[in-house]
Write a protein that binds this ligand. Structure first.
Ligand SMILES: NC(=O)c1ccc[n+]([C@@H]2O[C@H](COP(=O)([O-])OP(=O)(O)OC[C@H]3O[C@@H](n4cnc5c(N)ncnc54)[C@H](OP(=O)(O)O)[C@@H]3O)[C@@H](O)[C@H]2O)c1
Length: 311
C-alpha cells in the first residue's frame, strides 16, 4: 500500500520517517520546506544511514497538486502531519485566513482527495479544541469542543470539514508534542535551564506531554496492521499521566542534569499572552487503547528517552 505523509519535515513527520523504516508499505514523505540540516543529522544518528530523508514537495493548500500526487503514486492513505502550529502567532488578526487555510481548508483538501479514491485520511488534531469549560476530568472524544484561541478554533474547523466530506478518517487528537526535531518546549527548556540561574514556569495549566515518537508508533501500529478497518473516527493520544508545565520543566531539568537552575512555579497571569491557553486539557485515551490494543508509555519514561537521544 502507498502511504503519503505530509509535513514530513516537522516533529511528527520526522518521527514517522523513523518508525516506518522497516515497513512493507511504501511511504512517500512530502513537505513545503526542505529538511533542516540538524534534522538530517539527527535522523541519521537515530535511524542509520539508510533512513529515507527524501522530501517530495507538496503544498496541502493546493487540491490539484494533492490529486495529482495521489493519482501518480496510487496513494491509499494520507497521514497529515502538516499544520500551523505556532499558537501565539495564530492570534494575529492578519494571519487568521492563513491559519484557517492550513488547519481547516487544507485537511479538507486531503479528505476530498482520499474520498475520491476510497482511501483513508489520518489527521492530527489537538487538546486545544478543549479548554473553554471549567473541568478537571480527562476529556473524551465526543465531548463538546470549547477552544480558547485561534489555533484551537481552526483545528476544530479542520476536524469538522474532514467529517463533512464523508471520507474514512482517523483523527488523533494529541497534546504538548515534543521530539528531537524542530522547535518545541523540551528543546527550549533544555537551553534555558542550561543558561539561566532561575526560571519561572506556569503550574496552573494541566495536560500531558506527548513524545512524537510514541504518537508515530501508534499511527504505524494502526496502519501496518490495518487496524483502522471498520474502526474509523476520533481518538485521543498523549503519553500517560498528568502534569503542569512546571512539573514538565522540573523533569527536563532533572534528566538533563541542569540542577544549577532553580525552577519556580508561577501563575499564567505573570506571563501576559495574546492567547488564553486551556487550564486543563488532559485527554482520555481509553478508546485508542481499547480499540487498537496500544500500550502508551508514561510521560516521564518517554521524556527520559528523548533527552538521552539529545546527548
Ligand atoms: N506541536 C504541538 O505541541 C502540538 C500539540 C498538539 C497537536 N499538534 C498537532 O500535531 C501535528 C504535528 O505537529 P508538529 O509539531 O509535528 O508540526 P511542525 O513541527 O510544525 O511541522 C509541520 C510541518 O508542516 C509543514 N507545512 C507548513 N505549511 C505546509 C503546507 N502548506 N503544505 C505542506 N506542509 C506544510 C511545515 O513546514 P514549515 O516549517 O516550513 O512551516 C512543517 O514542516 C499538527 O497537526 C499539530 O497541529 C501539535
Amino acid at each position: 500500500m502507498n502511504i503519503l505523509v505530509t509535513g514530513a519535515n516537522g516533529q511528527l513527520g520526522n518521527e514517522m520517517r523513523i518508525v516506518t523504516k522497516g515497513s512493507t508499505d511504501k511511504y512517500i514523505f512530502t513537505d513545503v520546506c526542505d529538511e533542516h540540516p540538524e534534522s538530517l543529522e539527527m535522523l541519521h544518528r537515530l535511524a542509520g544511514d539508510d533512513i529515507d530523508t527524501t522530501t517530495t514537495k507538496l503544498d496541502i493548500t493546493n487540491l490539484d497538486a494533492i490529486r495529482a500526487m495521489v493519482k501518480e503514486n496510487d496513494v491509499k492513505v494520507i497521514v497529515n502531519c502538516a499544520a500551523w502550529t505556532n499558537v501565539d502567532d495564530a492570534e494575529a488578526p492578519e494571519k487568521y485566513d492563513l491559519v484557517e487555510m492550513l488547519n481547516a481548508k487544507a485537511p479538507e483538501n486531503l479528505a476530498v482527495a482520499m474520498k475520491e479514491v476510497g482511501g483513508l485520511l489520518v489527521h492530527i488534531s489537538t487538546d486545544y479544541v478543549f479548554g473553554g469549560d471549567p473541568y478537571n476530568t480527562p476529556c473524551k472524544e465526543d465531548q463538546k469542543g470549547t477552544p480558547t484561541g485561534v489555533y484551537g478554533i481552526t483545528k476544530l474547523h479542520g476536524e469538522q470539514r474532514i467529517q463533512a466530506t464523508g471520507v474514512d478518517y482517523i483523527i488523533l487528537r494529541t497534546a504538548w508534542l515534543y521530539s528531537e526535531f524542530g522547535k518545541n518546549f523540551v528543546k527550549t527548556m533544555l537551553n534555558l535551564t542550561a543558561t539561566k540561574p532561575q526560571l519561572k514556569v506556569v503550574f496552573d495549566q494541566t495536560g500531558t506531554p506527548t513524545y512524537a515518537y510514541d504518537l508515530a508508533c501508534a499511527i504505524y501500529e494502526i496502519l501496518e496492521n490495518r487496524k483502522y478497518e471498520g474502526n474509523t473516527g476520533i481518538y485521543h493520544f498523549s503519553n500517560e499521566g498528568v502534569c503542569s508545565w512546571y512539573d514538565f520543566t522540573k523533569m527536563i531539568t532533572e534528566y538533563a542534569g541542569h540542577t544549577a537552575c532553580d525552577v519556580l512555579p508561577c501563575y499564567s497571569d505573570e506571563f501576559p499572552s495574546k492567547v488564553k491557553r486551556p487550564a486543563y486539557s488532559v485527554l482520555d485515551k481509553t478508546k485508542v487503547k481499547e480499540m487498537f490494543g496500544i500500550r502508551i508509555p508514561y510521560w516521564t519514561d518517554s521524556l527520559k528517552q528523548c533527552i538521552k537521544n539529545f546527548k
